[in-house]
Design a protein around this ligand. Structure first.
Ligand code: SAM
Length: 305
């Protein structure tokens, strides 16, 4: 059950897609003063060492964030993402990579709430330790004191189950990131079920789901199933960096499926994705797809009334 460790994959092309989109979603929420809640149901360890044993064994970051590190010109949304990672690496050497909890902590404001869930005992401890260090650092510097107190809560628990108690959030504004390992194929169903329940409790929230594109049927059919959920609109963006290998080994494509996306997301992705495909391409199979829909169009397409 606990075989997955995100440290092997930190900073790969899938993290690039997930994290630059997450920053954009948070920045959209930042446009209004009213506080929001960021909920990360599957948080991981929060920060990763790219020169640590896990990351160097896989080498995955080299063809993800590593491909962007030395570029000078890039679209603004990618620039913002790369700048956040460079800020955690003041020596200029690419050593640390932020997970989604750290990214959210950096982008969200004083008044916003960050709720983090992680089930793996080792990663839950690392996550809590990383946030404790951040808090101590903030206290020592006298800056960003809001890390303390109730702004960030880290809980070792099942993110799917824990989500229920947080919805709807007090201010009726929230971004929920659901990013399970999917090594257990039940994660596909659990994600869809969790979204179904969440939309009943809080229909207007923004929900972002990361998913891998693998040959197993649960993965291939996943996005189409999410399109039938009763959100008023959805957006599905898939990044492919190479052709699949004959043995099917490794991750060549992943997607971000957003329920109730901000209206700014689609035009931004139309501009940025062609550039990102070129920057991360490993062969001529590299491409992206971008689809959007509304509840009405999904019901029509699936034959529902
Ligand atoms: N969201 C993180 C990021 O972007 O930096 C990466 C998360 S990683 C893909 C998935 C994490 O979910 C793993 O750390 C795994 O231990 C954890 N996990 C697996 N099942 C879980 C569950 N039911 N509830 C909470 N965490 C879970």
């Amino acid at each position: 059950m606990f075989s997955y460790r995100h440290a092997f994959h930190a900073g790969n092309h899938a993290d690039v897609l997930k994290h630059f989109v997450t920053i954009q979603l948070l920045q959209y929420l930042n446009q209004k003063d009213v506080a929001y809640t960021y909920i990360d149901t599957h948080s991981g360890a929060g920060v990763y060492e790219l020169d640590g044993a896990f990351a160097t064994k896989s080498g995955e970051s080299e063809t993800g964030i590593g491909s962007l590190w030395n570029l000078n010109e890039m679209p603004a949304p990618i620039q913002e993402y790369v700048a956040l990672i460079k800020a955690m690496n003041p020596s200029g050497k690419m050593r640390y990579y932020p997970g989604s909890p750290y990214i959210a902590e950096q982008v969200a404001r004083e008044q916003d709430r960050i709720r983090l869930f992680e089930l793996h005992p080792a990663d839950a401890k690392l996550l809590a330790d990383n946030f404790r260090k951040l808090e101590e650092h903030a206290a020592a510097q006298g800056v960003r004191p809001t890390v303390r107190g109730k702004r960030v809560l880290v809980t070792r628990s099942d993110g799917f189950a824990s989500l229920k108690a947080l919805l709807p959030p007090p201010s009726r504004r929230a971004l929920v990131l659901i990013d399970p390992p999917y090594e257990d194929k039940q994660d596909y169903k659990k994600t869809k079920d969790a979204l179904e329940d969440a939309l009943k409790r809080f229909p207007t929230g923004t929900y972002a789901v990361w998913y891998p594109l693998l040959s197993r049927p649960e993965s291939r059919l996943f996005a189409d199933k999410l399109k039938t959920l009763p959100a008023s609109s959805w957006l599905n963006v898939v990044l492919t960096t190479r052709k699949p290998t004959p043995d099917g080994f490794g991750l060549h494509s992943s997607g971000m499926f957003i329920l109730n996306p901000p209206y700014t997301l689609e035009p931004m992705l139309k501009q940025v994705m062609p550039w990102l495909v070129k920057a991360l391409a490993k062969d001529s199979g590299a491409r992206f797809t971008l689809e959007t829909g509304t509840q009405a169009s999904s019901a029509r397409n699936s034959g529902e009334r």
